[in-house]
Design a binder for this molecule. Structure first.
Ligand SMILES: [Zn+2]
Length: 184
């Protein structure tokens, strides 16, 4: 089922997600709906907060993006990304690499708004799958950016928080309009 995506201005986007316990059937159903919702919106990632549920659950699929490459490594070995997509992250914890890079980002909760964001070029991820088993990998490129963006959502952090002030100032008018729509 395609769910409604919560837009900027709704307080649920600022809520820290609750941890999910193993075998949570509601989380499983929600993950299915989130995948469908993300695909319908042509997104590469979606966090539970964005469908109004503040829990530690995010979905990602970067396999359709050809102009922005991703790498996924397990034990230092580069693996085929397609085998991991779509990816469902339950209770993810990340460790940022030291190198940083700038890249364009958008967010399904901020229609028609994007900006350059500096993030770690690589990230180590530890999460659970829906069946409770461990998912551990290192990501680079777009996948690294997508994981960091979604884990931020799970902690109530939005991509505008990470924009430098010049970028944010240039987007101030659009942000105000979004907030007004959310209150209407
Ligand atoms: Zn987002």
């Amino acid at each position: 089922m395609v769910l409604e995506i919560v837009k900027y201005g709704n307080p649920v986007l600022r809520a820290k997600g609750l941890e999910i316990s193993d075998g949570d059937e509601r989380a499983r159903k929600l993950a299915d709906d989130m995948l469908e919702t993300m695909r319908a919106a042509n997104g590469v990632g979606l966090a539970a907060q964005q469908v109004g549920v503040p829990i530690q659950l995010a979905v990602i699929d970067v396999s359709g993006v050809e102009d922005r490459p991703s790498e996924l490594l397990v034990g230092g070995k580069n693996l085929d990304i397609a085998a991991f997509m779509p990816m469902i992250l339950v209770n993810p914890i990340i460790e940022l690499g030291k190198e940083i890079e700038e890249g364009l980002e958008g967010c399904l909760s901020f229609p028609e708004l994007n900006g350059e964001i500096i993030r770690a070029a690589s990230v180590k991820v530890k999460a659970r799958k829906l069946d409770g088993s461990l998912l551990e990998f290192e990501a680079r490129g777009l996948l690294s950016r997508a994981v960091q963006h979604e884990v931020d959502h799970l902690n109530g952090i939005l991509f505008i928080d990470r924009m430098n002030s010049a970028v944010r100032t240039s987007l101030a008018g659009k942000l105000k309009r979004l907030q007004k729509l959310a209150r209407a």
